[in-house]
Each structure stands twice: as structure tokens, then as C-alpha cells.
Design a protein around this ligand. Sequence first.
Ligand code: SF4
Ligand code: F3S
Length: 103
Amino acid sequence: AIDPQFNENREKVGEENGVSVWGPVDEPEQLGIRGTHVAVDYDLCIADGACLEDCPVDVFEWVDTPGHPESEKKAEPTHEAQCIDCMLCVDVCPVDAIDVDAS
Ligand code: SF4
Ligand code: F3S
């Protein structure tokens, strides 16, 4: 499962589409955690898609990640600022790749 303390245990190594990237990153096999308030561990995400389907405010967008061993697309928390902390995405992700910091 995603480390809920990722922002203490990892270093922010950049941004993509306005979304923070928490390393380590070694493309294309290792992509790190994306987002801060809504965070997705790209190295766990298997592109199940439940988060995109269920989020009531459409926080997530697909991004292509060719060459990643788990899946060739990932759910980017592109619109994390819109999150209403309903926790649906956290509950539905089959691999526990999502953390929402509702505090
Ligand atoms: Fe969307 Fe709710 Fe997840 Fe926020 S907690 S990203 S509103 S499903
Ligand atoms: Fe990925 Fe989990 Fe969403 S596997 S696509 S973060 S439901």
C-alpha cells in the first residue's frame, strides 16, 4: 500500500502537469508517487480505473506510462485541488495505491 507518510519519507523531485512528483524516479520502470493532497503511488497502480469512475468531482485523469511493469497508464490526481475528501477513491482502489490527506 502507499506510504501515508510519503511526504516525510520521500523527496519531491519535480512536477508534472502541475502535480508534485515524489521520488525515487527511474523512468520508465519506477515512477514514484504523484500528488500531495490526493497522492497516487504510480509504482502500485495497475490502471484499474475505479478511482476515475467513482470520484464525484473528477480529480483523476489518465496519463500514459509506457514501459512501466504494473500498467501502461496511471491515474493522475490532476485536479486534486477539487477534492472534497469523500475517500471513495481510497476505498475502491484494489491495490491501495491512493492516499488522501483529509486532516
Ligand atoms: Fe475524488 Fe473523493 Fe478521492 Fe477526493 S477523496 S479524489 S473527491 S474520490
Ligand atoms: Fe490505479 Fe487504483 Fe485508480 S489501481 S487507476 S489508482 S483505482
